[in-house]
Design a binder for this molecule. Structure first.
Ligand code: 5RP
Length: 294
């Protein structure tokens, strides 16, 4: 509508001479993504620290009822509110996680083998429509670089990247676990780089010593670390600290949180390391204090 009072035009503030803000998107390698992709990544990575504490409980898809996950309703629901993102299968999500928890989800989309057969012989088991129906903020696929399933799992990754890019859903490439796969910087650096070059918007791998900073430096997108097998709480916090200090953008931790003596205290302590820069010693003190009060 035209202004009733033509003089009011003079009062409008067009900001003449003020340059339009054009802030860079803060995640590594993500500046040229489209809006929806950035929006989903911004749900996963905390705006303040640009890091993430993801809570992984997708272990059942290869290991069945893993210790600490026998009852997801009893172990994950009481701590899920403290995660920046939940990583799980669609089965666990629909059956055990109320949508009112309202957390971004990194949906495990590769499937096909268990600990009883050949690990990593996987296909993509989740159609993009179901990932959209579940409002996934990311889709995840295992990638077994250097194994007999290398080509198959890279193809799986590419399929997720292709469909994810179509709909603005980022893909998380997960460095495979497997007895025959080494976990040194040479292997992990190669694997993470291959995963990123194939289009994953972020990569999950294991921390290694020495030279983890070379793994993160050579990967053009954010790297987050898995926790791996349960460690004493202080050691798990120290590992997280070292990974962050050497360039990791966060953790996607499972057993070291839900198998901890006090899981809620542990995820708070992990958050303090990842987001607030606490030393492992200070974070462990925090863990013990919270444990004592729980
Ligand atoms: C397995 C996974 C798991 O989510 C991952 O291993 C994280 O869990 P944890 O911290 O217990 O290792 O991606 O492929």
């Amino acid at each position: 509508m035209p202004d009733a009072d033509r003089n009011a035009v003079a009062d409008k503030d067009y900001g003449i001479g003020v340059p339009v803000a054009n802030p860079a998107f803060p995640l590594k390698g993500a500046n040229n993504y489209d809006w929806g992709m950035k929006d989903r990544l911004a749900r996963i990575f905390d705006a303040r620290s640009t890091r993430t504490v993801m809570l992984a409980f997708d272990h059942g898809y290869i290991m069945g009822p893993t210790s600490g996950l026998e009852r997801i309703d009893l172990s994950i629901l009481p701590i899920g509110d403290l995660a920046d993102c939940l990583m799980c299968t669609r089965g666990a999500l629909r059956a055990c996680i109320p949508p009112t928890m309202n957390k971004p989800v990194a949906l495990r989309c590769s499937a096909g083998s268990t600990v009883l057969t050949e690990l990593n012989n996987e296909v993509i088991g989740v159609e993009i429509e179901d990932a959209i129906r579940l409002n996934a903020s990311a889709m995840a696929a295992m990638v077994a670089i250097g194994s007999q399933f290398e080509a198959l799992t890279i193809k799986n990754l590419c399929l997720l990247v292709e469909t994810g890019n179509r709909y603005g859903i980022p893909t998380l490439g997960v460095c495979a676990v497997g007895k025959e796969l080494t976990r040194d910087a040479r292997y992990l650096g190669l694997a993470c780089r291959v995963i990123a070059e194939n289009g994953a918007q972020f990569v999950k791998t294991y921390f290694c010593e020495p030279d983890f900073e070379k793994v993160t430096a050579a990967c053009p997108v954010p790297i987050i670390i898995a926790g791996g097998k349960k460690l004493p709480e202080k050691e798990a916090l120290a590992m997280a600290r070292k990974a962050i200090d050497q360039g990791a953008a966060g953790v996607d931790m499972g057993r070291n949180i839900f198998q901890a003596e006090a899981p809620r205290a542990m995820i708070k302590a992990v958050r303090a390391v990842v987001h607030d820069g606490l030393t492992p010693e200070a974070a462990f003190e925090m863990y013990k204090d919270l444990q004592a009060k729980s």
